[in-house]
Ligand binder design. Sequence first.
Ligand code: ADP
Ligand code: ADP
Length: 231
Amino acid sequence: MIRLENLTKTFDTPNGTVVAADKVNMEVPSGEICILLGPSGCGKTTALKMINRLIPPSSGKIFINGEDTSGLNDIELRRKIGYVIQQIGLFPNMTIEENICVVPRLLGWDLKRARARAAELLALVGLEPRLFLKRYPKELSGGQQQRVGVIRALAADPPVMLMDEPFGAIDPINREIIQDEFLKMQATLKKTIMFVSHDIDEAVKMGDKIAIFRAGKIEQYDAPDRILAHP
Ligand code: ADP
Ligand code: ADP
């Protein structure tokens, strides 16, 4: 599970202090997808970045499976968390195989095992390994690239996935397809997922729970049908 305890982030800007996360307390049970839903600027991305240690919290604590992550080194943290962003972020000068193998190699997997994993994951999302392993990202469509973005985050089999509008840049028809594929994968993988969205339809479709963010605070946290019943 992921637990946030009084997690707070303030930014000092020339126009004063911005409170991007204001004593956020929440818990995502193991195996659930929690959607962070809310308008632009309410602090969703900041929350994910703190969990993934891209920015330091001002105060508060983050626990993964009961362990305070501040005690983990970067490699140990990488073992626990996969991260998917909207802009996909594949390395353009690496092949698809090399992209998928980055984190496993960082974690010390030998090349043979990492490559076998890359092929296995490509097949899982319907990309024939023989055709895709040696291609470069620019040779793939947007939807294909984002499938690779997702499986790259899954490569070392982390228990936690952080996903920041992962399907936001994909056209509506392909978005539906990739959402359905992802839910099918999650039914067996059972990752613990925090998933940022600003799309209520996506939140209801993908979320076991929805956390409604507003101005750095969680306003509501509940199952989608209960959120819809009490807007
Ligand atoms: P969201 O992901 O919900 O769109 P963000 O987490 O990106 O929101 O931003 C939350 C608030 O924090 C916004 O007011 C934003 O302008 C501010 N913010 C985010 N990053 C920085 C930064 N590096 N410096 C100053 N303010 C920031
Ligand atoms: P997104 O919402 O797509 O994640 P943003 O436009 O919120 O992107 O932020 C892009 C980057 O700029 C982030 O790294 C964020 O931390 C930073 N940022 C956001 N708002 C501000 C701000 N007011 N001042 C400085 N940096 C900011």
